[in-house]
Design a protein around this ligand. Structure first.
Ligand code: SAM
Ligand code: SF4
Length: 331
């Protein structure tokens, strides 16, 4: 039985670790163009520290670790971290290591990641149009992302998932094209509702493209059947034209899945967060650097889980967006 059970009976089995807050893109929904308050280098957890946290988490029942950021491919220690984490055995077996990336420079990393023991990849691609990509990410790198997705298609890393945040007036007319692109690349396309997590605080609920609209656009082209067995997964899955391909919708705003959340997050500077939208963090880095025992690390994890709220509360009058942007929290 996991030690990471919160006051609502939710058992935590998934730890998301941000390796860096830095990134090769500047997606408008995540980061501002300039003036990002970067985490100081000396505050970023080392591979030893990350391994230590995951060993304790595995003993507490964590089964999956997802590496994210910022952009994990720009962390200088990525391959070493994957190798160390993939070797950890918990009471429920070997830790599964997955990664979410923007795909830039993925072709040169794929062999090393496969060899180090990475299991799965999610790659973000919001548009197939170079001008829109430039507008959305403030960088002219679509060609590099496409090369990254192609290298993932050729790899052993499965299932392969592609993520897109749907933005009003920017890429909402591309949902069908993105699904077809994903199928060509043996991947599952997943559409994410835009959440209030950008440092620039530009989110506007009225502007958000909700789940219902995403599904309506997809239904103009495909026959969608809801698939059972979602458990704690953020994406609601639908088969496309009878299968085998599927599409997912992550409706964090209009159909929150907080009641089944099994996730805990560690920021690049070693702060533990029990929710994407948490406004409190518990300081694991200081504990790690002050020679805390495994029990001390474990108690901080348990305290973070115990303090978890029932839901994120977007839409409630008292909702306040977290101070950190998505790049620093780890998506
Ligand atoms: N750089 C990597 C990437 O883009 O895949 C990993 C980190 S990124 C923060 C993780 C995921 O969060 C991406 O799929 C991204 O699209 C998503 N994301 C970032 N900001 C978001 C927001 N405001 N609302 C919804 N999803 C967001
Ligand atoms: Fe970078 Fe990912 Fe944020 Fe885009 S969503 S700016 S790729 S961290």
């Amino acid at each position: 039985m996991s030690g990471l059970v919160d006051g609502f009976g939710r058992v935590h089995r998934d730890l998301r670790i941000s390796l860096t807050d830095k990134c090769s893109l500047r997606c408008t929904y995540c980061m501002p163009a300039e003036g990002v308050p970067w985490i100081p280098k000396q505050s970023v957890l080392t591979p030893d520290e990350i391994e230590r946290v995951v060993r304790v988490a595995a003993d507490e029942g964590v089964e999956t670790v997802r590496l994210t950021g910022g952009e994990p491919l720009i962390s200088p220690n990525l391959i070493e971290i994957v190798r160390r984490l993939a070797a950890i055995e918990g009471p429920n077996g070997q830790i599964e290591v997955a990664m979410t990336t923007n795909g830039i420079r993925l072709p040169e990393f794929i062999p090393g990641l496969e060899e180090a023991g990475l299991s799965r990849l999610n790659i973000s691609i919001d548009t197939l149009d170079p001008d829109r990509f430039m507008e959305l990410t403030r960088r002219d790198r679509l060609i590099d992302v496409l090369a990254g997705i192609e290298s993932a298609r050729r790899s052993s890393l499965r299932p392969l998932k592609l993520n897109a945040v749907v933005m009003r007036g920017i890429n909402e007319d591309e949902v069908v094209d993105l699904v077809e692109f994903a199928i060509e690349h043996e991947a599952q396309m997943r559409f994410i509702e835009h959440m209030p997590l950008d440092i620039g605080h530009t989110w506007d609920r009225g502007e958000m493209v909700p789940r219902e609209e995403i599904l309506a656009s997809l239904s103009e082209k495909f026959s969608l059947e809801p698939l059972p067995g979602r458990a704690g997964a953020p994406a609601e899955l639908f088969s496309i034209d009878g299968g085998p391909y599927t599409v997912g919708v992550i409706a964090s705003v209009t159909a929150p899945f907080c009641a089944n959340c099994d996730r805990l997050r560690l920021t690049a500077d070693g702060q533990l967060r029990n929710c994407l939208f948490a406004r409190e963090e518990l300081d694991l880095r200081t504990a790690l650097r002050n020679d805390a025992s495994d029990e001390g690390i474990r108690d901080i994890m348990r305290a973070s889980v115990a303090a978890k709220r029932a839901g994120h509360g977007i839409g409630r009058p008292d909702f306040v967006q977290p101070e950190r942007g998505m790049n620093a929290i780890g998506g």
